[in-house]
Design a protein around this ligand. Structure first.
Ligand code: SF4
Length: 438
């Protein structure tokens, strides 16, 4: 279905810039694309007029044991010979970034496969985080510190190290509990490893576990998905991310699809699966709080909420994206270049966009509508009207239209998607964003 809310793996990656959306939503003549540095954004964020400092931090570890053919994240097969030099470079970057950090509420270490980092390097990284940042809220149990793990790399030694270093949450990439579907995805773990890994995490005393599942895998039936959900929900978890398989440009799997080597899941089945995930998780006590994310009350991923609410976050490691003092940028997605840079610890950046109030409103629409809590629509209209009354009027009209079509509810100032709108979340958000720029 055109405009279907897609799997965006926000648990792994911060939201993309508006410039990655369809061209008609991104092309404004006054768009700023200067080639600035991360240092400039960070210094702006730490200045006296910058407002609140960043309270979230994303760290990207790019190593994997195998490159899965559907994956478009910056990751590559690790031969373990570059881990030490990478970790030392990462620690220098973290020290540089710390000037723009307030007390840190959330950390998310994604990748790649962060659980492949050698234990002694984890110990050093965790020490650096503790010395460079104020982690008091994480230590007090009100903050959140997540590390992504693949089940086959979890060991008692690793989880004990993570626990001792303050990690409070593990996000585990299960993807499926059926070998044939894991094989289709080129995920290499034995499904039996998932419950064992969850048990190890629990035994180490880490409070929270989230599992990732993928649906709409070629050849997967609704019954197969139901069995995956049963297997996941039997485990002691508080959070589930269940993403529809998407075919990202330039992945090996997309090329195979285009060459006709297999057929994708039929669209009607994708919709049935999406609805089934909502029903099955609700029956198990997990509420959908974002298009692809489900949690027990109070167990929502706070770090990802910071992305979807367009708060500020710092980012370290190759390809990691930051949003700080109105600046958006991405660290260079190339390990060699990342390692070369000796500029006070800051990484070379790409895709920099300076502060732009119109873009920020578009971004709030794009990611906020994915949340069940929706967006502060009245607030956005007022903000937009302060510098472009016509744009505010167009946005108001388009939101009324989406409401008339049964996709959006406008209640008490907030705009939230209906169940039908949720299936079309990206399309509804695009319509509103286009209305903003006319
Ligand atoms: S393990 Fe994850 S990050 Fe690594 S290649 Fe596979 S999907 Fe990508």
């Amino acid at each position: 279905m055109a405009g279907r809310a897609s799997r965006s793996r926000q648990s792994d990656k911060p939201p993309l810039c508006v410039s990655t959306l369809p061209d008609d939503t991104a092309t404004r003549p006054d768009r700023q694309r200067p080639a600035h540095s991360a240092r400039e954004a960070v210094v702006a964020a730490s200045g006296p007029k910058s407002g609140p400092l960043a309270r979230s931090l994303y760290i990207h570890i790019p190593f994997c044991s195998h490159k899965c053919h559907y994956c478009d994240f910056y990751s590559f097969v690790d031969t373990r010979d570059r881990q030490a030099v990478f970790a030392a470079r990462l620690e220098r970057e973290l020290a540089a970034l710390s000037i723009a950090a307030g007390p840190i509420d959330t950390i998310f270490v994604g990748g790649g496969t962060p659980s492949m980092l050698q234990t002694q390097l984890w110990e050093s990284l965790l020490r650096t985080l503790d010395t460079q940042f104020d982690l008091s809220s994480i230590k007090a149990g009100t903050g959140e510190f997540t590390v992504e793990c693949n089940p086959e790399t979890v060991t008692p030694e690793l989880v004990a190290t993570l626990r001792a270093g303050g990690v409070t949450r593990i996000s585990m990439g299960a993807q499926s509990f059926q070998s044939e579907h894991l094989k289709t995805l080129e995920r290499l773990h034995d499904p039996e490893r998932v419950p064992r890994a969850v048990e190890m995490v629990r035994a180490a005393g880490i409070e929270r576990v989230s599992l990732d599942l993928i649906f709409a895998i070629p050849g997967q039936t609704l019954d197969d998905l139901a069995r995956d959900l049963d297997a996941a929900l039997m485990l002691p978890i508080e959070h589930l991310s269940c993403y529809e398989l998407t075919y990202e440009p330039n992945t090996a799997m997309t090329k195979r699809l285009e060459m006709g080597q297999f057929e994708r899941c039929p669209e009607e089945l994708e919709i049935e699966m999406f609805e089934h995930v909502g029903e099955r998780t609700r029956a198990a006590g997990l509420a959908r709080y974002e298009v692809s994310n489900y949690a027990r009350p109070g167990a929502e991923c706070r770090h990802n909420l910071a992305y979807w609410r367009q708060e500020q976050w710092l980012a370290a490691g190759p390809s990691a994206s930051a949003h700080i003092a109105g600046h958006r940028y991405k660290n260079v997605p190339r390990l060699e270049t990342y390692l070369d840079r000796e500029d006070e610890g800051f990484a070379e950046i790409v895709d920099h966009e300076g502060p732009d109030p119109v873009r920020l409103i578009q971004e709030k629409l794009m990611t906020g509508l994915r949340l069940r809590e929706g967006v502060d629509g009245e607030g956005l209209l007022k903000e937009l009207a302060t510098f472009d009354e016509q744009a505010a009027s167009r946005l108001d009209h388009e939101s009324a239209m989406q409401s008339h079509l049964g996709r959006l509810v406008r209640g008490e100032g907030r705009w939230t998607l209906t169940d039908e709108g949720l299936l079309l979340a990206d399309g509804v958000a695009s319509s509103l964003m286009i209305a903003v720029i006319g």
